[in-house]
Design a binder for this molecule. Structure first.
Ligand code: FE
Length: 343
């Protein structure tokens, strides 16, 4: 069913143009399999197409489906590049054998080694921090300190959270398994679950809305959603975002959890040169500033300017762990969530 749906969507996207080798004579294309779900990306694809004459075809779906699809298609795949959020998923794509190293010296020079795979199977495009958001009228920032502290009984009935099926919290827990150990990470899940104001539900934005509605006082949220809400066309979202504070946890200890969004070159890319040019384009200062200005993400190119909201948060200490850890500890994280009662 899902396979059929994806297939027909893809045909619609690629109508009258290209799949893999079947490109019309002389037509230049790049085929993108992307799991990113942000409007900011579409404008960049259009700009690339306009400036290079290389037609951009996008297949948008959940990352695990895209990885499975590239595997299934094998050498016949249409995929030239794979784009997703989450360092754990990027690592999974690498170990699934669907990628090959990016060789463009230009792209590699754009992005520091810490924001790339150790063998360049993927290149970071943006980062985002998972921060604590809180009710400005009920919580003082001085009461906040660490992720770990949210499991303390003093927050009983005050924590709102999304389901642990979401990758964002799975990767946060994967990082805590690495930094605090499995036992402490399991205790943390149980402590948070004991503090829930309501059963986990909704997305990141809904957590902020629940705080404003008075259901809970604190939640975890990715930084770019705060930017999206503050600049939303929906006045209710703007109003909600103005009533929550943003706190970067673990500044005196292990650092705030940061995750990466990235791009990889497909192992059997047919339009390899176009794909590398596309990767160079997305890692260049202009596209990097666009990601920050339009989607409130942190650029991975250190020469790119951050959006002023991100600038206003100042610099902060980040976790120093390899992003592959998020993938390696993912299964354990899911297990701890289930055992600890965070559904
Ligand atoms: Fe997101």
């Amino acid at each position: 069913m899902m396979r059929k749906k994806l297939g027909s969507f893809f045909m619609a996207v690629l109508a009258s143009c290209v799949i893999g080798n079947a490109a019309a004579e002389g037509e230049q294309v790049v085929n993108i399999y992307s799991a990113r779900h942000y409007e900011s990306d579409k404008a960049l694809y259009a700009l690339f197409q306009q400036e290079t004459g290389i037609k951009v075809n996008e297949l948008n779906a959940a990352a695990p489906e895209l990885i499975e699809r590239i595997k299934r298609e094998g050498e016949a795949t249409a995929a030239d590049v794979f784009i997703t959020v989450d360092g754990g998923i990027l690592h999974t794509a690498k170990t699934s054998g669907v990628l090959q190293p990016v060789t463009s010296a230009k792209a590699l020079a754009n992005i520091p080694a810490t924001l790339r795979d150790s063998e360049n199977y993927w290149i970071g495009l943006t980062t985002r921090a998972r921060v604590i958001v809180y009710a400005l009228d009920r919580v003082q920032p001085a009461q906040l300190s660490t992720y770990e502290d949210l499991a303390h009984p003093k927050w009983k009935g005050k924590v709102v959270a999304r389901s642990s099926t979401a990758m964002y919290d799975q990767s946060l827990l994967a990082s805590l398994i690495m930094l605090d150990g499995e036992k402490a990470a399991g205790d943390w899940v149980r402590g948070i679950a004991a503090n829930f104001a309501r059963p986990p539900k909704g997305n990141d934005r809904d957590q902020a809305k629940s705080i404003v509605a008075g259901i809970g006082d604190v939640a975890l949220m990715n930084t770019y959603y705060i930017g999206q809400m503050l600049n939303s066309r929906d006045p209710e979202e703007v109003r909600a975002a103005r009533q929550i504070g943003v706190f970067f946890p673990n500044q005196q200890s292990t650092g705030t959890h940061v995750n990466v969004s990235g791009i990889g070159l497909a192992r059997y890319a047919k339009n390899r040169e176009n794909a590398l040019r596309f990767i160079e384009f997305l890692t260049d200062v202009r596209a990097q500033e666009h990601f920050s200005a339009q989607n409130y993400e942190f650029p991975t190119n250190p020469k790119a300017k951050k959006h002023q909201l991100l600038e206003s948060w100042g610099t902060f200490k980040t976790q120093s762990i390899d992003f592959s850890t998020l993938g390696k500890n993912n299964a354990k994280a899911i297990q701890l969530f289930l055992q600890g009662g965070w559904k």
